[in-house]
Every structure is written in structure tokens, then in C-alpha cells.
Design a binder for this molecule. Structure first.
Ligand SMILES: Nc1nc2c(ncn2[C@@H]2O[C@H](COP(=O)(O)OP(=O)(O)O)[C@@H](O)[C@H]2O)c(=O)[nH]1
Ligand SMILES: [Mg+2]
Length: 218
């Protein structure tokens, strides 16, 4: 019985997600579902990419959090259109929430929309939002074993970022084990090593994303 209820919820979400996907596709909007643990650097990476891309491309942001507008305030500080969704305890965003936020934001044609999901490596991977790209961020202090434990998150990624590389000298992080775990699940997703603190790797990531948004490398 429980399984059937869950299936109904996912079916309803999936059909709404397809509507969102058509909306984005018709307008050539690159919708990026940004997923990671709390504190891995989702907001920091979005901010860094916004800075790196400058005025090259239109950008808007949907911020998902259980509570507060802390992240949306940071995005707003850069003058970027942003909507904050508070899930009030919910551990993931769903397609219905995205539809409402997009109606509010009205993103332009050929733009990028970042959707920062609730910090969590489990539930967000089951809920399609209608995005065109899944960006999964891991960070050095979380440890190298995350791909082995959160399989569907890393399996479904279109791009993977390893953030906080500035901390590698201080942390027992086995890069080889991380790559091996990731590649056993996902051979295709490009991996970018980034430090939001030093800026290392940010330009390369932003350049790749700009090309992806213009259909050059996806
Ligand atoms: N040392 C270091 N700290 C970082 C880096 N990126 C983010 N942080 C810090 O990690 C904390 C969480 O970052 P945030 O972007 O809010 O993570 P989120 O919860 O995934 O959105 C903040 O204190 C950031 O300043 C990084 O590359 N290196
Ligand atoms: Mg955040």
C-alpha cells in the first residue's frame, strides 16, 4: 500500500516535470538542478559562476531551503533575479514548486536558471523537476566515499563538481578512490575540481557551462 501511494506521488510529479521541461526547451532555457549535501558549496558555486559569466548570458535562480532566505539574499546581492522556496521541512524540491517559481521569475529565452535543491544527497535525486541538467557537487571535507553510498545521486549526474580542493592538504581525501567510485557509476559526466575559496577551476567550469547552454557540448 505504501509503495502504491509513493508511486502515485512520483507519477504526478513526473507529469508536471515534463511540462516544465517543455517550457524550458521551447525557450532554450538551460535549467540546472544543483544537488549536494548541506554545506558542500551549492550557493558558493552558483555565485562564482554568476561572477565568471558576467553579462554573457541571462541568469536567474531558484533557491530551495527548508527555511530562511539567506541564500536568496546572497544571489539578490548580485542583482540576479531570484525566488526563494521554503519547503517548511520537506527534504527536496518538486516540479510543482518549480512551476510556481518559474511563473514568478519569467526567465528569458536562451538563459540559464539555477535551481538550488534542498541540501541532501538522497531525496532530490528521485524528484524530476523538468531540468535539463543535473549538477552534483561533492566537497573534500565530506570524504571520498560519497559516490559509493549515494549511488542514484552520482549515477544521474550530468556534471559533477568536486569543491573545496583548497582543503585537500588538510584532509584525508583519497582522490583516486573518489574517481573510481564515481566512474564505476557514471562514465560520462564531466568532473570539475573547483575551489570557491581560491577560484581554482571556476573559469573552466563557467566556460563549459556557457558552451553547454549554447548546445555546444551537450
Ligand atoms: N575552504 C572552502 N570553503 C568553501 C568553499 N566553498 C564553499 N565554502 C564554504 O562552505 C560553507 C558552505 O557553503 P555554501 O555555498 O553555503 O554551501 P551550500 O549549503 O551547499 O549552499 C560556507 O562557509 C562557504 O564559505 C571552498 O571551495 N573552500
Ligand atoms: Mg546554499
Amino acid at each position: 500500500m505504501e509503495i502504491k501511494v509513493m508511486k502515485n506521488i512520483l507519477d504526478a510529479n513526473n507529469s508536471l516535470a515534463e511540462k516544465n521541461r517543455s517550457f524550458f526547451k521551447d525557450r532554450k532555457i538551460t535549467a540546472i538542478n544543483v544537488m549536494a549535501s548541506p554545506g558542500a558549496g551549492k550557493t558558493s558555486i552558483i555565485l562564482k559562476i554568476i561572477e565568471a559569466l558576467g553579462n554573457d548570458i541571462g541568469i536567474s535562480v531558484i533557491e530551495g531551503d527548508i527555511a530562511s532566505s539567506i541564500d536568496a539574499d546572497k544571489i539578490d546581492g548580485l542583482g540576479i533575479p531570484v525566488v526563494q522556496i521554503n519547503t517548511g521541512g520537506g527534504c527536496h524540491l518538486d516540479a510543482n514548486m518549480i512551476k510556481a517559481a518559474v511563473d514568478d521569475l519569467r526567465p528569458g529565452h536562451d538563459s540559464i536558471i539555477f535551481i538550488e535543491n534542498v541540501g541532501n544527497l538522497v531525496c532530490p535525486s528521485s524528484f524530476d523537476l523538468g531540468e535539463g541538467m543535473r549538477m552534483v557537487i561533492a566537497s573534500v571535507p565530506e570524504g571520498h566515499d560519497k559516490p559509493y553510498k549515494y549511488i542514484s545521486m552520482f549515477e544521474g549526474a550530468d556534471v559533477v563538481i568536486l569543491n573545496k580542493t583548497d582543503l585537500i592538504p588538510y584532509i584525508d581525501f583519497d582522490s583516486e578512490s573518489f574517481y573510481k567510485g564515481l566512474r564505476s557509476l557514471n562514465e560520462k559526466a564531466p568532473l570539475f575540481e573547483v575551489s570557491c575559496r581560491t577560484g581554482e577551476g571556476v573559469e573552466e567550469l563557467a566556460k563549459w557551462l556557457k558552451n553547454a547552454a549554447s548546445g555546444k557540448n551537450i
